[in-house]
Design a protein around this ligand. Structure first.
Ligand SMILES: C[S@@+](CC[C@H](N)C(=O)[O-])C[C@H]1O[C@@H](n2cnc3c(N)ncnc32)[C@H](O)[C@@H]1O
Length: 216
């Protein structure tokens, strides 16, 4: 800031003012139709949930459903989470992050779009409070393996032991997960805690290189 004037992009939202109270803030990246976002916000009125979604129609759908349920602890941001995140939250201010069924981006030329990578993991180490948690879910086995390694390499503590999946059923299912709970499609879940301290130096691998067999 120069001469008391903020430059574009320099000011972070004041979430306490936005929500009208000081409460723990969680983030969901890519909520889709919002099954998790709406269920989680309803189940935890004591927390605030900010979701970031690229698809405008999904944002409008979630906002409409949140309004119908009179939810005041859910804010929907339209945009690319990777671009918006550093401009939305001050370091150490998030208590939880949910990344559920991120798009696999199967084509090699699209791998750079994969959500979970070393850069995101390091950024979230910074934005999460000490003790803040990551809730990661996917239906792609290789994504699960690679993402677990990526979160751990960034210094996150796997709450179920290094390299391990979380075996229990979550409190709230995402839209996609609800479908899988009916069809029996396997889901791979892992949860992590942010320890105090700085993340280690950036790894050589990006965490986006994995290959898997695409389901038909
Ligand atoms: C496969 S869907 C999963 C939706 C939801 N999490 C669920 O489990 O039902 C992935 C979602 O992430 C969104 N998405 C993809 N890239 C994104 C990005 N860079 N920032 C925010 N959202 C993104 C997509 O638009 C889509 O809604």
């Amino acid at each position: 800031m120069e001469f008391g004037c903020a430059l574009p992009g320099e000011i972070l939202p004041d979430w306490t003012r936005e929500f009208g109270r000081a409460a723990p803030i969680e983030l969901e990246i890519g909520p889709g139709h919002g099954g998790f976002a709406l269920g989680h916000a309803l189940a935890h009125p004591e927390r605030e949930l900010v979701v970031i979604e690229t698809r405008r129609s999904d944002c409008e759908l979630i906002r409409a459903r949140a309004a119908a349920k009179a939810l005041t602890n859910l804010v929907v941001l339209h945009g690319d989470a990777k671009l918006l995140l550093p401009h939305c939250f001050a370091p150490g201010t998030l208590q939880g992050v949910h990344v559920q069924f991120p798009d696999p981006w199967w084509k090699k030329r699209h791998h750079k779009r994969r959500m979970v990578d070393a850069g995101l993991a390091r950024l979230l180490r910074r934005l999460l409070s000490s003790g803040g948690t990551v809730d990661f879910r996917t239906d792609v086995p290789a994504y699960a393996r690679e993402a677990i390694a990526t979160w751990e390499e960034a210094g996150f503590v796997n709450l179920d032991g290094t390299g391990m999946l979380w075996g229990a059923a979550p409190e709230v299912l995402s839209t996609r997960e609800r479908r899988y709970s009916v069809t029996g499609q396997p889901v791979f879940r892992a949860r992590f805690e942010n320890p105090p301290g700085e993340p280690p130096p950036l790894a050589q691998r990006t965490g986006r290189e994995w290959m898997d067999v695409r389901r038909k």
